[in-house]
Design a protein around this ligand. Structure first.
Ligand code: PLP
Length: 390
C-alpha cells in the first residue's frame, strides 16, 4: 500500500486526484518541443496556449461559463467594463459608421461616445428607448449598432429589447445590451434577439468589490472581431482576476437572488413609508406595481433586480441628512457587491448633468440609489428606518 505523507518528499509520484478548484496558470508564455509545434499553435492550426495576451486558461474558463449563462456561442473578456465597451464600439465600427445610443447609459460610456468616437469618424446619435418614435427617427443606412442599457441607472427603467431589435433589424443594425444591472440567468437579452450582451464584471458577476473586469457574449462572427481587437489593443483580463471571477460565478445565482429579494422587500418597505406620509417621496423599483415598466420587467426579468432608488423630501439637503445617518449601508460608488452600498446620483453618476437634463431624466435632487447586498434583510431595514427617523 502506498502511504501518503502530508508533506512533500523527493520520491512523491504525481497525484492521481483531481483538484476541485481550477488551477491558476500565471504563465505569459508556453514552451513547445519543436519548431513545427510552436509554429502550428501560433498559426492557429493546432490547439494550445501561445501567449497570454491572446488568451489564457483562466480567462477562457470565465468566458465559457458566462457564455453558457447567456446562451451565447462564446464570450470575450476584458480588463474592465469600459475596455469591453471600447472593444464593442471600436472593434466593430469603422469611420463613416453611425452608432445610436440610448440616452440612459452610464456616464463613462457617455464620455467615450462624446470624446473619443467622433475623433475616429464614428457618428453618435442618441435616442430615448421609452419614446416609441425616437429610435425610428435616428435610424438610417449608416447605422451599424444600437446600444442600450437595461435596467437603467438609477431609476430601474426596463427597455423593451424585442421592439428595439425589430426596428434595428429593419435598418440592418446590430443591437448590443449592457446588462450590468441584472446578470444572467435573471435576464438574457440574446434570447430576445440582441446580437451582443455585455457586463461590467466589476459589478454583480464579480460580486465582492475586489475585481475589475468586463465581458461581451455573442456569436462567433462578432466574437472573432472583438477578440482580434483585444489582441491588438491588449485589454485582456489578468489571470488572477479571471480566476477570482470564475470563483464568483459559482455563487452568482445565489448572491443575485438574495440581493434581489432584499431589494424587493426594501422597496415595499420604503413604499409603505411613502404611503404613511414619512420622509420618502418616491420609490423607483420595477417590482412595484406603480413603476412605469412593471409589465416589461415581468416580461424581461426573472427577478426585479438588486438596484433601487428612492427620493426623500427636502431635496439634496434632505437626502444628505438621511445618507449620513446610514451605518450598515456603506456610502460608496459602484454596485453589485455582497455588501449594500448607497450613493447620491447628484454627487456621483449624474454630477456632470445640467439641472434641466436631470429633470428631463427624472433624477430628483433628493434621490438616493441603493445597490442592495446579501446582508440579513432585517439589518438593512433597521438601518434605513433609523436613517429615515422612524
Ligand atoms: N456599464 C455600467 C452600466 C456601469 O455601471 C459601469 C460602471 O459603473 C460600466 C459599464 C463600466 O464598468 P467598469 O467600471 O468595470 O469599467
Amino acid at each position: 500500500m502506498n502511504h501518503h505523507r502530508p508533506y512533500g518528499c523527493r520520491e512523491d509520484a504525481a497525484p492521481r486526484s483531481r483538484p476541485l478548484a481550477p488551477d491558476l496558470t500565471r504563465a505569459t508564455t508556453f514552451a513547445y518541443s519543436s519548431a513545427e509545434e510552436l509554429r502550428a499553435v501560433g498559426a492557429g492550426e493546432r490547439a494550445g496556449e501561445f501567449y497570454a495576451r491572446y488568451g489564457h486558461p483562466a480567462a477562457r474558463a470565465f468566458e465559457q461559463k458566462v457564455a453558457e449563462l447567456e446562451g451565447a456561442d462564446g464570450a470575450v473578456s476584458f480588463s474592465s467594463g469600459m475596455a469591453a465597451l471600447h472593444a464593442l464600439f471600436c472593434g466593430l465600427l469603422r469611420s463613416g459608421d453611425t452608432i445610436v445610443v440610448s440616452r440612459y447609459v452610464y456616464g463613462g460610456v457617455d464620455s467615450m461616445l462624446s470624446e473619443d468616437l467622433p475623433r475616429f469618424g464614428i457618428e453618435v446619435r442618441r435616442f430615448d428607448p421609452f419614446d416609441e418614435v425616437s429610435l425610428g427617427r435616428a435610424l438610417d443606412g449608416s447605422v451599424k449598432l444600437v446600444h442600450v442599457e437595461t435596467p437603467t441607472n438609477p431609476l430601474s427603467r426596463v427597455v423593451d429589447v424585442k421592439k428595439i431589435v425589430e426596428l434595428a433589424r429593419h435598418a440592418g443594425a446590430w443591437v448590443s445590451v449592457d446588462a450590468t444591472f441584472l446578470p444572467p440567468p435573471f435576464q438574457r437579452p440574446l434570447a430576445h434577439g440582441a446580437d451582443l450582451v455585455m457586463h461590467s464584471a466589476t459589478k454583480m458577476l464579480g460580486g465582492h468589490s475586489d475585481t475589475l473586469g468586463g465581458i461581451v457574449s455573442s456569436r462567433h462572427e462578432l466574437l472573432e472581431q472583438l477578440e482580434g481587437f483585444r489582441r491588438r489593443t491588449g485589454a485582456i483580463l489578468a489571470p488572477d482576476t479571471a480566476w477570482l471571477l470564475v470563483r464568483s460565478l459559482a455563487t452568482l445565482e445565489l448572491r443575485a437572488r438574495k440581493a434581489s429579494d432584499n431589494a424587493s422587500r426594501l422597496a415595499h418597505f420604503l413604499e409603505g413609508v411613502r404611503k404613511s406620509g414619512g420622509k420618502v417621496a418616491r420609490v423607483h423599483y420595477a417590482g412595484l406595481p406603480g413603476h412605469p415598466d412593471h409589465d416589461a420587467a415581468r416580461q424581461y426579468m426573472e427577478t426585479f433586480g438588486f438596484m433601487l432608488a428612492f427620493e426623500v423630501h427636502g431635496g439634496l439637503p434632505g437626502a444628505m441628512q438621511v445618507y449620513d445617518r446610514l451605518i450598515v449601508i456603506a456610502r460608496a460608488v459602484s454596485l453589485g457587491g455582497v455588501e449594500s452600498l448607497a450613493s447620491i446620483p447628484l454627487h456621483t453618476t449624474h454630477a456632470m448633468m445640467s439641472a434641466e437634463q436631470r429633470q428631463e431624466g427624472g433624477i430628483g435632487d433628493g434621490l438616493i440609489r441603493l445597490s442592495v447586498g446579501i446582508e440579513p434583510y432585517e439589518m438593512l431595514k433597521a438601518d434605513l428606518s433609523a436613517a429615515l427617523g422612524l
